[in-house]
Design a protein around this ligand. Structure first.
Ligand SMILES: O=C[C@H](O)COP(=O)(O)O
Length: 255
């Protein structure tokens, strides 16, 4: 691994899974986050909002970061059921996922909405994990690169830098399906993302922005995926619910 590659990040997106009793999974992650692993990779856990405060308190001193899965663009107001980035930060989060394909699909979020949420994340001092990725139809139609480029241009705020932005490439068809793109396909999209970042945040910052791959990452395929050029970690769904699997994925960085 070359010395100027950004420090990798393996982030677990628990989605709508987890109760107070799931603290034991977090404890297992803490226990397995050995000094050797800490030296190689950053870990973040993004539980449902109900657990952020509890998980953040439990993670003090562990170096496991806590993140939200979404935020509202506004700081406060009459938005029943929503959470602001400031609330996530207040609860102890340091990351927030924005523009996940499940938000884009089920909540009809567009790039402009995702961008506003990333702006909110930055306003609150959070690092935004901005998700992009094509559907199966778009891939089969040869539109992957165009779709990802459009999403990046529409979703990444102008004030982004390597500290407040992480990009996650998640092909929608690979999420929760057990399917993954070939390493050549991942390399092609991640190279495009790096190129676009140069345009959007400048060359120096672009080289330091972490670009995660997400979609059916598991311990058995992590090493291969994490070795791809311009892949600087993973956004993990299902496998992040089991501490041994999550740690097994991070362990790909132990070499
Ligand atoms: O945010 C995570 C992704 O949607 C990936 O989910 P998955 O690892 O269950 O495929």
């Amino acid at each position: 691994m070359s010395v100027d590659r950004p420090r990798p990040l393996v982030a677990g997106n628990w989605k709508m899974n987890g109760l107070k009793t799931s603290a034991k999974v977090l404890q297992e992650v803490h226990a397995g986050y050995t000094p050797g692993l800490k030296a190689k990779v950053e870990l973040a856990v993004c539980p449902p909002a109900t657990l952020i405060g509890q998980f953040a308190q439990a993670s003090v001193g562990s170096r496991v970061a806590i993140g939200g899965q979404d935020c509202h663009a506004k700081e406060s107001g009459a938005f029943t059921g929503d959470l602001s980035a400031e609330m996530l930060a207040d609860a102890g989060a340091s990351y927030v996922i924005v523009g996940h394909s499940e938000r884009r699909q089920y909540h009809k979020e567009k790039d402009v909405d995702v961008c506003a949420k990333a702006v909110a994340a930055h306003r609150a001092g959070l690092t935004a994990i901005v998700c992009v990725g094509e559907t199966r139809e778009e891939r089969e139609g040869g539109k992957t690169l165009a779709v990802v480029k459009k999403q990046l241009r529409g979703s990444i705020p102008v004030d982004s830098n390597s500290h407040n932005l992480v990009v996650a490439y998640e092909p929608v068809w690979a999420i929760g399906t057990g399917l993954t793109p070939t390493t050549a396909d991942v390399a092609e999209v991640h190279a495009l993302i790096r190129d676009e970042l140069r345009r959007l945040v400048g060359k120096a910052e672009a080289s330091k922005v972490r670009i995660l791959y997400g979609g059916s990452v598991k311990p058995s395929n992590a090493a291969e995926l994490m070795a791809v050029e311009n892949v600087n970690g993973a956004l993990v769904g299902g496998a992040s619910l089991v501490a041994a699997d999550f740690l097994g994925i991070a362990g790909a960085y132990l070499g």
